[in-house]
Design a protein around this ligand. Structure first.
Ligand code: WQD
Length: 340
């Protein structure tokens, strides 16, 4: 019996594979390397000392997905695969809907065909749209403010409707806040295509000299220092959240939703300063106009995950910055860095 991890070579996927293998689970990994690299798989093997089956396949290829289920006894699926860049989704909505939805349909249809009914979905805090208050709780109203968010929301709704129609499914929807950090080994980490959109990879690339300075989008928000506040969460904590969710999948069929965040908000400037401490030098930045679509404050109430999954974030902003820096400084060009 194995767990299928779609998108297992990606940032959150690769760290989750490590935690699953360390927990003694048998995994089968699928990835098309669209926004990921085979060296992440080498990193997983090196960190854990364990091997696993890998399929270089695209979830849009339903015959390939079918073959994975035919060749393996898949009992649970953790579904990370998908496009994830918000501004790109605004430019290319059809591409996002087409890939993220059709791919997920293929996974769910194949699960159904093979009688596999245990599904963990990589959702996002983006499904809260513009929350009226913070901290954000799981029962807050949901809305999508960009095509990427729409795909997450549609898949969440689909899971609820599938369960309503057939209550043998167990669906766990994990809403991640802002994932950062890297494995402490420095062997796997975040390596986005092109110029990063998110704060931490941009910051690490400035610190390592790949980019000249950080643009801080707005310092006139109604927050303590004027810059936006977010709930940054160490990717290893997130990964452990998935291991806990798998245990929950075994309890009883239902749909469960959890916020995975620390519950603490840090401003952009807080992160910059914590990062400067971690890397030991100043990081140049410039204040720029607000970025369209940003909200002033977003952090979660993680109580439900603590009470029901027994999960709680262990790492603080210092470790997040130290581990992000270790990854980036050891791999200045990400996975394209030449091995010494
Ligand atoms: C954080 C803060 C920026 C870059 C996004 C998605 C969300 C989720 C996580 C997947 C904001 C500021 C950023 C920069 C900056 N993804 N910033 N300069 O927007 O909170 O969330 O990633 O599910 O759906 O929307 O994350 O890292 O882009 O921004 O000043 O170069 O950093 O304005 O305040 P965000 P982020």
């Amino acid at each position: 019996m194995a767990i299928l991890v779609t998108g297992g070579a990606g940032f959150i996927g690769s760290h989750t594979c490590v935690e699953l293998l360390n927990a003694g689970e048998d995994i089968v990994v699928m990835d098309n390397f669209y926004n990921s690299n085979s060296r992440a798989l080498d990193g997983i093997r090196k960190i854990t000392g364990k091997d696993f089956k890998f399929y270089e396949d695209d979830m849009l290829d339903i015959a390939a997905v079918d073959q994975i289920f035919a060749e393996n006894d898949i009992e649970q699926v953790i579904h990370f695969a998908g496009y994830k860049c918000v501004p790109e989704s605004v430019q290319k909505p059809l591409m996002y809907y087409s890939n993220n939805l059709r791919g997920t349909f293929n996974i769910l249809e194949t699960m159904k065909k093979y009688g596999c009914t245990k599904f963990v979905f990589s959702s996002s805090a983006t499904v809260y749209g513009i929350p009226a208050t913070v901290p954000v709780k799981e029962d807050f109203p949901l809305s999508a403010i960009n095509p990427y968010g729409s795909t997450k929301l549609i898949i969440e709704n689909l899971c609820r409707e599938m369960y309503a129609a057939d209550n043998t499914w167990t669906m766990i929807l994990l809403r991640y806040f802002n994932p950062v950090g890297a494995h402490e080994s420095g062997l796997i980490g975040e390596d986005p295509n092109g110029i990063p959109n998110n704060l931490m990879p941009y910051l690490t690339q400035v610190a390592v000299g790949r980019l000249p300075y950080l643009n801080i989008f707005g310092n006139d928000y109604p927050t303590p220092d004027g810059t936006c506040v977010r709930d940054y969460i160490h990717v290893v904590d997130l990964a452990v959240g998935h291991v806990k969710a798998l245990k929950k999948l075994e309890e009883k069929p239902e749909v469960r939703v959890y916020n995975l965040g620390t519950g603490h908000g840090y401003s952009v400037l807080d992160v910059v300063h914590a990062f400067e401490k971690a890397c030991g030098h100043e990081v140049k930045y410039q204040i720029k106009p607000r970025r369209a679509g940003d909200i002033a404050m977003c952090y979660c109430d993680p109580t439900k995950a603590k009470e029901e999954l027994g999960w709680e974030a262990q790492y603080g902003i210092e470790e997040m910055c130290q581990d992000s820096w270790r990854w980036q400084s050891q791999n200045p060009d990400g996975y394209a860095t030449e091995e010494k």
